[in-house]
Design a protein around this ligand. Structure first.
Ligand SMILES: NC(=O)c1ccc[n+]([C@@H]2O[C@H](COP(=O)([O-])OP(=O)(O)OC[C@H]3O[C@@H](n4cnc5c(N)ncnc54)[C@H](O)[C@@H]3O)[C@@H](O)[C@H]2O)c1
Length: 418
């Protein structure tokens, strides 16, 4: 089976590209949407987009029937249900797609969608592996598609305000950023669906797609795929993809030069594979960024703390706050507190506006790729138990062939990227 057979990207779909681009130019025009992956986050995205005036829901695709039906119900029956995403790509009446499948499908579907002339809102983490992300960027550029990574913090006005304040020297010189996610779920999580056995409404082979064939296990599928290397990268690519994205934005660099990770699945007994305790340190020039994750001791749940010579800024979804450093009982700056607004709406609006202007969105595919790369490097270093030196221009680990092999993932036949 060649690539064309796999995706059946027809000339008609290609011709629709120009048509789609023209029809979204008018300010009042409708934009015809499809949803691929109608699970927890897919339905959340769908709900947000459906509230926007120009969004016209056409199709909902999921390999699990009950979730597909829930996605259709959100449209009050306006969208039709499809089981195979390739049938959405074949359709000329869809301009844009939301891809909210598990991570191991993001690259394949996004690239095929770009080839079929669709614009894409692809959930974070953009990729499962570094090599995939680079190919996603190339596909978006080659086919002139708008590809937004679903990192909604990137569109938050208060995030942009905080980043500008920091980059303008508002908290002095910044040399340390501490990001993290901590909770206590000991002894672990349980399957969320199909605990009693596989449902006839679930196409398991199509759920696996390019991932290795394994006997069905409900804990590996819906929601909990996050804790298995075949499909995802644990909390590092789950919450790390959000907070490290902002840390990288603040640092103002494409990538770190050095990465050192520690941790493992030490305590949880639920059968997952990804670390339940992890600490990763990144060098960004003269800024040290750390990622601290724990699934077995809560402490402070979310952290994104930026330390400057004049003050510390703590930046979260609800807003940011600046705490001045004090010297000789004198604060070195004014304290400040700013509230945030709904990030999902701001991010959806940014994507929709870019569909009309054809400008790069706030979490453009290249930004999503760079941040996913940062996460993947943290995991590779943790798994190999050694630090890595990263050549960002070549997208290669310097002098470490074993680490470089982990920058790509083998695909199960007949799925392939190129
Ligand atoms: N931006 C955010 O804040 C945020 C929040 C949660 C999840 N996410 C991301 O969203 C993605 C989905 O996470 P989730 O929690 O919704 O998982 P989920 O398991 O609840 O949903 C994924 C859905 O995709 C479906 N699916 C799998 N393969 C498919 C295929 N080939 N075609 C069509 N549908 C397919 C599954 O059946 C399932 O319904 C992940 O990448 C996750 O990182 C982002």
């Amino acid at each position: 089976m060649n690539r064309r057979d796999l995706f059946r990207t027809t000339f008609a779909a290609g011709a629709a590209t120009a048509l789609s681009a023209t029809r979204v130019q008018g300010a009042n025009d409708r934009i015809r949407f499809g949803l691929i992956g109608s699970g927890g986050r897919g339905r959340e995205d769908w709900t947000t987009f459906l509230k926007q005036p120009e969004v016209d829901p056409v199709a909902v695709c999921d390999v699990y029937g009950p979730f597909r039906e829930k996605g259709i119900a959100l449209t009050e029956g306006r969208a039709r249900g499809l089981k195979d995403f390739r049938r959405l790509l074949d359709r000329n009446d869809i301009d844009a797609l939301i891809v909210a499948t598990p991570d191991h499908w993001h690259a394949l579907i996004t690239i095929a969608a770009c080839e079929a002339g669709k614009d894409v809102y692809c959930e974070k983490p953009l990729s499962l592996a570094v090599a995939e992300g680079r190919q996603m960027v190339q596909a978006a550029r080659k086919h002139n598609r708008v590809v937004q990574t679903g990192s909604q913090q990137r569109s938050g006005a208060h995030y942009a305000q905080a980043v500008k304040l920091i980059q303008d020297g508002g908290i002095g010189q910044v040399h340390r950023i501490s990001a993290g996610f901590q909770r206590n779920i000991y002894p672990g999580l349980k399957p969320t669906e199909m605990a009693a056995g596989i449902s006839p409404e679930f196409d398991y082979d199509m759920w696996l797609g390019p991932a290795p064939k394994r006997p069905f296990d409900p804990f590996r599928c819906i929601y909990n795929f996050r804790w298995f290397w075949d499909y995802s990268g644990g909390q590092m690519t789950n919450w790390g993809a959000h907070h490290l994205d902002i840390a990288r934005w603040i640092a103002g660099m494409e990538a770190p030069t050095e990465v050192a990770g520690f941790g493992g699945r030490y305590a949880l007994t639920d059968g997952g594979e990804t670390p339940d305790v992890q600490q990763v340190t990144y060098r960004f020039g003269k800024v040290v960024v750390t990622w601290t994750a724990s699934e077995v001791a809560e402490g402070k749940p979310f952290t994104l703390d930026v330390f400057g010579t004049k003050g510390m800024l703590t930046l979260l979804r609800g807003g940011f706050q600046v705490f001045p450093e004090v010297k000789a009982k004198q604060p070195l700056m004014e304290p400040l507190q700013v509230k945030g607004a709904d990030l999902n709406v701001q991010h959806a609006r940014n994507f929709l506006d870019c569909l009309k202007t054809r400008q790069k969105p706030s979490a453009d595919v290249e930004e999503g790729h760079r941040t996913a790369t940062m996460c993947h490097l943290g995991n590779i270093s943790t798994r190999l138990g050694r630090s890595l030196n990263w050549d960002a221009a070549k997208e290669q680990v310097i002098g470490d062939s074993e680490a470089n092999q982990m920058l790509a993932r083998p695909y199960r036949s007949p799925w392939r990227l190129t």
